[in-house]
Design a protein. Structure first.
Length: 649
């Protein structure tokens, strides 16, 4: 692809890769930043073509190419050659993703696997206490799903809307609040109300989670409002999901209080049976389905070349999903609070609506066909949607299961439904999207990375084993031992995937440090040499002239930095810009851009260099003999003799 960039008068094509363009033409960075690059992929951008970038960011490709070519080929001097200032929001997703991974491998999936072993050993679901199960759920919802949603939103939504994150520093507060809330509430719930102050800590942690969710939602709303973008269908899904996030978080804090302060076991059982099911409906169907559907609407056509979902269809599905969640929560609560079986039977309506909405939404994507843009994430995304249908079909088939098993309400069957949507749909979707997103944000070519078949097989095998064993446990008690093994497979798959995500982030961080370090400009300088017709001078010239590159002058004469700063060239203190942009721009060009008189500036530079040389002491002799006034020793004489003979020769 580099051959397509050779020659200053050749137009840069849509097939050109962004890192190669930015490496050769760093002055194009502001154009990409204008359309949402802003830190994505590190200093040289993501490993994707300009055409792919235009599609992913919903930018007119012809307009983008015209601006890039106009900048780097026709008018390079007239535009400011500066990149967007590095900002912590460019990589804030890393904090959220890494902590989410830490939680899923401890309080989340690993703790869940431990509970499964307890259930398997005892041969009954009562083998794990309600509080232990609820602690696992708390960590899964807020620590795993919640943190990933937040990290993705902070990174992606401002770029989707081509704006900056509103009140960015609040994101740090959200991050620390979520950590404090998840850890304290999960551990206090697991300890149980018998432990002194456990109830107070659990409730306090849940309130802290609610506060973090409210701040996060306000930030995303403020970001969208500041962008001035229209209310597109995917935006509607996003804010519907965030509304459910806020409502369910408040409901969760209230539910934690009730379960942790229940006076008797009977009262505890009543609270769990009455309020925990609708709480999970809000979290998994309201929040989980809505946010994944919204992100899929925006990204699947752009990132993978899938067909777009029509606006009318998209809005209709959002209405169906929202109505279904409201009805299933309302009907279930009415059934539990009144005991009227009519409301229990009426639950079939919202469950059918959910299944119908999912089918209407997914059908246009034609997921049974290969993705036009091949990617290792595709198998995760397609399988995740398959698990969604498994969970919804099982939900609609619950009356049939009750009739066949002669069990009024099967905890095992209900657990299988929840596991299919939490692990099969939500977790597998998180794994798939993160493989794509993290590789892109760290400037890695996913085609050269592992296909990740191992984690894919392990997580899906574990999920299938768990769901199948729970369904069969109503008839065959021997499957409880299989259930325990399923958790081990899931944790192994998640650990494998986690190590890969961590490896990509580390590689991206190292590349940032390399490009921002002392030797960062070497690769760019090499390309610059080929453009200017020869290598840069290895020694400082006698006089600094206007055609010399800014970075070269600073390398030769570090003392001139004070002159640059005096005349307003503050960007040279930025290591990244100094080692990339400054190696492409001449002093004359820099003065022209900043309105600095060239002759006056050159005079100041040369006077500074001359003053420094005049103040420098003369080089010391090869040994200390002359300084002490002592006679030269034999070594000095032999050196002088050899030097003299060499000169005579």
């Amino acid at each position: 692809m580099m051959s397509k960039l050779s020659g200053e008068k050749k137009r840069i094509p849509a097939e050109a890769m962004i890192p190669e363009v930015l490496e050769r033409y760093p002055q194009a960075r502001p154009v990409f930043d204008k359309y949402g690059l802003k830190g994505c992929g590190g200093p040289l951008g993501p490993y994707e073509s300009i055409g792919y970038f235009a599609r992913a960011h919903e930018v007119n490709e012809e307009k983008l190419l015209e601006e890039i070519n106009d900048t780097v080929l026709n008018r390079p001097v007239e535009l400011p050659v500066t990149a967007a200032e590095p900002d912590f929001t460019d990589t804030i997703y890393r904090r959220f993703f890494l902590v989410a991974i830490g939680i899923i491998l401890t309080l989340g999936a690993t703790w869940g696997a431990y509970l499964l072993w307890k259930i398997g050993v005892t041969g009954k679901f009562a083998g794990a206490s309600i509080h232990e199960v609820n602690a696992h759920g708390q960590a899964q919802v807020f620590g795993w799903m919640g943190l990933f949603i937040m990290g993705f939103a902070y990174q992606a939504f401002p770029r989707f809307w081509n704006t900056a994150l509103w009140r960015p520093r609040l994101a740090l507060a959200v991050f620390f609040l979520m950590i404090a809330g998840v850890v304290s509430s999960s551990m206090a719930i697991a300890a149980g109300p018998a432990v002194p102050y456990a109830a107070a800590v659990a409730v306090a942690g849940s309130v802290v989670e609610l506060l973090a969710v409210l701040i996060f939602t306000t930030q995303i709303a403020g970001t969208w409002k500041a962008s001035g973008r229209a209310l597109e269908p995917y935006v509607g899904y996003v804010f519907t999901a965030l509304t459910w996030f806020c409502v369910s978080s408040a409901f969760n804090a209230w539910h934690v209080w009730n379960t942790m302060t229940a006076a008797t076991d009977a009262q505890l059982q009543w609270y769990v049976r009455t309020f925990q099911w609708p709480l999970r409906d809000m979290q998994f169907h309201g929040l989980g389905m809505s946010i994944i559907f919204g992100v899929s609407l925006r990204t699947l056509p752009h990132l993978f070349g899938l067909p777009k979902v029509g606006e009318r269809r998209a809005w209709s599905v959002l209405g169906l999903v929202t109505l279904a969640v409201i009805l299933e929560v309302a009907f279930y609560l009415q059934y539990r609070l009144t005991g009227n079986e009519v409301f229990a039977r009426a639950l079939l309506l919202p469950w059918a609506l959910l299944l119908m909405a999912a089918a209407i939404f997914v059908l246009p994507f034609r997921l049974w066909r290969p993705f036009p843009e091949a990617d290792r994430s595709a198998k995760f995304i397609r399988t995740a949607f398959a698990w969604l249908f498994v969970s919804l079909v099982m939900l609609a088939a619950m009356p049939a299961q009750q009739a066949l098993s002669h069990i009024a309400f099967s905890h095992a069957y209900a657990g299988a439904i929840r596991h299919a949507i939490t692990v099969g749909f939500i977790s597998v979707m998180i794994m798939g999207y993160s493989l794509k997103v993290v590789a892109t944000l760290n400037g890695l070519d996913s085609r050269k990375l592992s296909a990740m078949w191992g984690p894919f097989v392990l997580i899906n095998a574990g999920c299938a084993m768990r769901v199948g064993a729970e369904v069969l446990s109503d008839w065959y008690r021997g499957v409880f031992s299989v259930m325990g093994c399923s958790g081990v497979l899931e944790v192994a798959g998640l650990a494998w995937w986690s190590s890969h995500i961590l490896g990509m982030i580390v590689r991206g961080k190292r590349e940032e440090m390399r490009l921002a370090g002392p030797g960062a400009g070497q690769a760019v300088q090499t390309i610059s040499e080929s453009m200017t017709g020869g290598p840069a001078a290895s020694e400082a010239p006698a006089v600094i002239t206007g055609e010399l590159k800014v970075a070269s002058v600073l390398d030769w004469c570090p003392e001139t930095e004070t002159v640059f700063l005096k005349y307003g060239f503050q960007k040279i203190t930025n290591k990244l810009l100094r080692n990339t942009v400054a190696r492409q721009v001449s002093i004359a060009q820099a003065c022209g851009m900043h309105g600095v008189p060239l002759e006056e500036f050159l005079l100041s530079l040369n006077e500074t260099v001359l003053a420094t040389k005049s103040a420098s002491p003369s080089p010391p002799p090869p040994c200390g003999c002359h300084e002490t006034g002592e006679p030269m020793d034999k070594r000095c004489r032999s050196q002088e003799d050899s030097a003299g003979s060499g000169s005579r020769g």
